[in-house]
Design a protein around this ligand. Structure first.
Ligand SMILES: *Cc1c(COP(=O)(O)O)cnc(C)c1O
Length: 361
């Protein structure tokens, strides 16, 4: 087999090797069933255990209080962009958003299908290189919405904005779910496409506080109500069993490492290695995100010219460092260093960056 790549793609992204190996081992015979998990009924006892374990791991690792429900849905985080306003709207009340980049904008666009949307803060004035600090939501908002980590621009909230008592905060954590310890109680809804930090594509984790299930209008199609899925523990219809199984394996691995507290320490180390490399390059590498808003998960930076960036991406690839091209809206380079990326991988990238700088000054 080819040596395993250091995969810096933004998503789908690298998964823990031990989780992949278990999946490989169990591929043709899951737990003595003589079948692959992919072939098992979603109503079988064998699958039910996986399903429950995956939810329990989320609850345990994120310390989710009992009055929140854990849902495994399809359609990606992008489907939640409309399911949130659909399920949380309140007649005559504005839906309030913070615009910190491309994913926020997509969420805002969907909100507008359901009523009055207010953008209460934005960092568009400086190409989304920071998280606004003066965020104020109104007392009568139906809900508040933020994007926890801006995958494309490499910015992340390090402090959560305050929300009035009765206003639920919804947060898109697709690219930073479980990257650091958070106080889940601060949120009404947390959602994340699994394919960045906790599993493969095909499933979206949605965590909703119990009191928020009853707002949805009665005449809403069945599948679009969170309540439908909550009442059947995400088994109303055939779910993405394999994707949930992979999440379970990757979360098992995270638990084994010492959980979110332990991975946060590792993530801070990894991010520091790369930001130090950028900061000590005398301007050869220029970080996109402002200091206090830098993401632990997506490190974005530019070189002097697009030609030099292209050369850097190409040479990195030759060293087994894959997926470093930046998103087209910021250009440059992006290293996505999710939970499953090792310190060794990040150090290899930093060493390469120093060498590339020496050879191309
Ligand atoms: C990738 C991403 C999305 C889109 O997720 P899908 O599951 O592809 O719909 C949404 N928000 C953020 C922050 C992302 O990084």
């Amino acid at each position: 087999m080819k040596k395993r790549a250091y995969n810096f793609y933004a998503g789908p992204a690298t998964l823990p090797l031990p989780a992949l190996k278990i999946a490989q081992k169990e591929l043709l015979d899951f737990n003595g069933t003589g079948m692959s998990l992919m072939e098992l009924s979603h109503r079988s006892k064998g699958y039910a255990e996986v399903h429950t374990q995956a939810s329990n791991l989320v609850r345990e690792l994120m310390r989710i209080p009992d009055d929140f429900k854990i849902l495994w849905l399809q359609g990606g985080a992008s489907t939640q962009f409309y399911m949130i306003p659909l399920n949380l709207q309140k007649q005559g009340k504005p839906m309030e958003y913070v615009n910190t980049g491309a994913w926020s904008k997509k969420a805002i666009k969907e909100g507008k299908f359901y009523g009055d949307v207010k953008v209460v803060a934005s960092s568009e004035d400086e190409n989304f290189s920071y998280i606004p600090s003066d965020i104020k939501f109104s007392d009568n908002a139906a809900f508040a919405h933020i994007t926890g980590n801006n995958t494309i621009y490499g910015t992340e909230y390090h402090e959560w904005p305050k929300v009035p008592d009765d206003v639920p905060l919804a947060c898109d954590m697709s690219s930073n779910i479980m990257d650091k310890v958070i106080d889940s109680k601060k949120f009404g809804v947390i959602y994340a496409g699994a394919q960045k930090n906790i599993g493969p594509s095909g499933v979206t984790l949605v965590i909703v506080r119990e009191d928020l299930f009853d707002r949805v209008p009665e005449n809403t199609p069945t599948m679009q109500k969170w309540k439908t899925h909550m009442e059947k523990d995400s088994l109303f219809n055939t779910g993405p069993c394999w994707a949930i199984y992979m999440c379970k394996l990757s979360l098992d691995h995270l638990k084994g490492l010492g959980g979110v507290t332990a991975i946060e320490k590792i993530n801070r180390k990894k991010a520091k290695i790369l930001y130090d490399t950028i900061d000590k390059s005398n301007g050869f590498y220029k970080g996109h995100a402002k200091f206090g808003s830098r993401s632990l998960m997506n490190v974005t930076f530019n070189l002097k010219t697009p030609e030099l960036e292209e050369k850097c991406v190409k040479e990195a690839l030759g060293r087994g460092l894959v997926g470093l091209k930046g998103h087209r809206s910021v250009g440059g380079m992006r290293a996505s260093i999710y939970n499953a990326m090792s310190i060794e991988g990040v150090q290899t990238l930093a060493d390469f960056m120093k060498e590339f700088q020496e050879n191309n000054q």
